[in-house]
Design a protein around this ligand. Sequence first.
Ligand code: NAP
Length: 247
Amino acid sequence: MKANNQVKVAIVTGAARGIGAEVARRLASDGFAVAINYASSSKEADALVAELAAKGAKAIAVKADVANPDDVRAMFETTEARLGHVDVLVNNAGVLKTVPLADTADALYDQTFDINVRGTFNTLREAAARMNEGGRIVNFSSTTLALNMPGYAVYNATKAAVEAFTHVFAKELRGRNITVNAVAPGPIATSLFLDGKTDEQIQTFASMPPLQRLGQPEDIASVVAFLAGPDAGWINGQILRANGGIA
Ligand code: NAP
């Protein structure tokens, strides 16, 4: 357990861009020292570190392919050496390609499961041994799991696995005072959602929630900040569907 005046440490995977970057910004402004994990976006990761440092926050960029257990181990070791033991783990890194199941290539199946499922598994396994008492883990599912739209079979299967990890791991950490929850966003205006869609398709998604707009990364960052913060201490093993009311 950390003394109240010690800075808490968060790892955010896939934090150089998209939702992860906004989560890193929000946790930094909430007082966390943040490890910004990236796989390929090194320039964006460095720029975010500089942006947060300019605001007085402590942040580092850490390259790791979450699908690779050695990379994940090294990511925790680097974070511990440079920022301290980890209090918050946000498993944000993820990929989506919408393809009908019958047309899905083996390589796409493998990549989607490797990053979304094995990536989350790798960080959870590492976190079990390393995280501070009182820690918080936030996984990433998706509201697409509730919508069952064509093209989402493999992606949804990976997010179903993440939800299963969330429920079971919360119980396996009994006695450690660590919560494990997941956020399940609806459509959020990032490249994962926008790339490859026509304006018309984007408008169709934007009109689906009763709140009648696409979500923004900030909408999800605030949910993650809540789950990682002092007010969510009694929420454990839950999936929080943050989607403007789509499902
Ligand atoms: P995004 O803008 O495409 O960003 C994806 C992030 O994942 C990037 O930072 C990328 O890092 C990282 N990443 C990909 N492969 C990685 C790997 N092997 N190791 C480490 N990092 C890796 O996506 P996003 O919309 O922010 O999505 C973030 C999470 O929200 C995902 O889990 C996604 O499934 C979930 N989600 C998104 C939406 C949505 O509508 N956007 C809805 C529901 C759920 P690099 O750039 O460094 O490669």
